[in-house]
Design a binder for this molecule. Structure first.
Ligand SMILES: Nc1ncnc2c1ncn2[C@@H]1O[C@H](COP(=O)(O)OP(=O)(O)OP(=O)(O)O)[C@@H](O)[C@H]1O
Length: 528
């Protein structure tokens, strides 16, 4: 070492001269001498009593036992056990990530339990052992045979958005309902263990607990989904795969409106015309759409979890598309209109296309892009529309290019669409932030909509009726049940003023704060 230091000093390696003088210090030299001489004395000493030699016939297969003592506190042990029905032996089935057993590092999956609190457990039912554990106070003793090949747990940390609802308390298949995590569609789960093919371990975010819990694996959920489909069950006992039939879909979109008022047409713009014909042609759109994208319930069945990552938009990135969805009459158009009116330099809607002739006050490219029917049909055939439909013999559509035009100007594009169009806009390019405009209770709507007007089939702008509130509420429930996993934010449109403030705040946050987005959106183009 000293020689190497001398070389380093010659090369003027920084700090080498300091180390050299430290090693040569007289106090260090004497300390090293003393240590070496005491080591030699200990090494030469004989110790008593002399132990007998190990017997030659020691059985190789003798099981090494381990005694583990854990101090019981308010927390659950964080491990599950199972019985081998043939041999009656009891094994540790699972150790819950972050739990007491896991943190002790002394209990592992596959360990064989021999005694608990000095009571032999072979042949007992797991419930009896749990009873012993429940009754015991203070320290719990486990005598166990450790699993010979300790599982190498490669830690995973994946984030998944749940596309279904799950309730462990109603799940007869879960190994331990108390260890299960309740989640709803749209919740983000931090998956920490995928060792088991059927039961993963995860935390529901936001979470301050170190404790994970059990969730069904994607494979298991898919299996259940297939079973529910085959048995024509809409809701299995513990998992909700919400499948709307076409009748339900029609109920959402059943209102139809006719109006020719110029002021409304300008104020509501395209949304009005399109939304009206969208309702009328909902079933028709449904059929044609299904040729292009899988329906949301179908995708939730095949992808019960969606991997997500935290995305922070950079200054140079285009704004995220802001999408509003809601049941007819809830106030989607009113909110969108007010937002654009309030900050017209920041927010804008895409200019729609139509085959109808322009009116006297309309300018091409301002209210609409006026195009010929053949052109429109060509655009529709080449999937350049996010949505389109026919109304009073004319075609209307929102094009993807119309959205791009707004985003390319550095503005925030805000669209309102029917929820079945969500899957087609949920792309890496648009990175949409989806806001569900939800009605407040019927009682609140009665109060807040006292002086408001609803547009109906027969009257233009008549006051809201009781059945309107019920229809809005009913349609919202169905929409949330079927598309809730896509919603980034739920905005309850109670007081108009507050809702506008909230919408402004949410759209800002969508652009400026980190948000969970599908992991596929951040993969290099071509891989998503
Ligand atoms: N929070 C609110 N308080 C009071 N009135 C409201 C509120 N939100 C919307 N309204 C009124 O309710 C009526 C319907 O709103 P709006 O036209 O925006 O509904 P919509 O969701 O766009 O449905 P549609 O597609 O049927 O037009 C409008 O008169 C609007 O001013």
């Amino acid at each position: 070492v000293v020689e190497e230091l001398k070389v380093s000093m010659r090369k003027q390696v920084s700090g080498a001269d300091h180390l050299y003088s430290l090693l040569n210090a007289p106090w260090l030299q004497s300390l090293l001498k003393a240590l070496l001489s005491s080591h030699d004395m200990v090494a030469q000493k004989d110790f008593n009593p002399v132990l007998p030699p190990l017997p030659d016939d020691l059985p190789n297969e003798e099981e090494a036992m381990r005694i583990v003592c854990l101090v019981k506190n308010n927390q659950p042990l964080g491990a599950t056990i199972k019985k081998n029905e043939v041999t009656g032996e009891i094994f540790v089935a699972r150790v819950i990530h972050g739990g007491l057993a896991d943190r002790s590092g002394l209990l592992n999956m596959g360990d064989k339990l021999v005694e608990v609190n000095w009571q032999p457990v072979a042949g007992m039912d797991p419930e009896q052992i749990i009873e012993i554990l429940t009754q015991s106070q203070g320290t719990i003793m486990f005598k166990l045979v450790p699993m010979s090949d300790k599982p190498v747990n490669t830690p995973v940390k994946l984030y998944m958005r749940a596309m279904v609802d799950y309730c462990p308390q109603h799940d007869p298949a879960i190994p331990c309902a108390d260890a299960g995590v309740v989640f709803h569609k749209g919740n983000v789960l931090e998956v920490v263990d995928q060792t088991d093919a059927l039961w993963w371990q995860a935390r529901k975010l936001p979470s301050t607990s170190a404790f994970a819990g059990l969730i069904p694996s994607a494979e298991l959920l898919k299996r259940w989904a297939e079973e529910s489909v085959h048995s024509t069950c809409i809701t299995s006992r513990c998992v909700t795969f919400f499948i709307l039939n076409s009748e339900d879909m029609m109920a959402i979109d059943e209102k139809c409106v006719e109006t020719g008022l110029r002021s409304l047409a300008v104020a509501a713009g395209f949304r009005r015309s399109l939304r009206l014909c969208r309702r009328k042609l909902a079933s028709l759109l449904h059929q044609s759409r299904d040729n292009h994208y899988p329906s949301s319930s179908h995708s939730a069945l095949t992808h019960p979890y969606e991997e997500v990552v935290l995305y922070q938009r950079r200054m140079q990135d285009k704004h995220r598309l802001v999408v509003l969805v809601g049941s007819s009459g809830v106030g989607v158009n009113e909110l969108r209109r007010r937002l654009i009116e309030r900050q017209p330099k920041i927010f804008q809607g895409p200019v729609p296309h139509t085959t109808r002739p322009p009116k006297s006050y309309e300018e091409p490219g301002r209210e609409y892009h006026f195009i010929k029917k053949e052109q429109f049909e060509n655009m529709a055939d080449t999937q350049r529309f996010l949505e389109y439909a026919e109304y009073k013999g004319h075609l209307y559509g929102t094009s993807f290019d119309g959205i791009r035009d707004v985003l390319d100007k550095g503005m925030i594009c805000i669209v309102d669409i029917e929820p079945h169009a969500i899957p087609s806009i949920r792309t890496q390019e648009f990175r949409p932030y989806i806001i569900f405009v939800k009605p407040p209770s019927c009682a609140r709507m009665r109060k807040t909509r006292k002086n408001a007007q609803i547009i109906t089939n027969y009257f233009v702008n008549r006051p809201f009726k009781e059945e309107d509130f019920q229809e809005i509420e009913e349609a919202a429930k169905k929409m949330e049940a079927q598309y809730g996993h896509f919603f980034d934010h739920v905005l309850v449109n109670d007081g108009l003023q507050d809702s506008c403030e909230q919408l402004l705040w949410v759209t800002r946050r969508a652009q400026d704060d980190p948000q969970w987005v599908p992991a596929a959106w951040l993969q290099p183009t071509g891989q998503s």
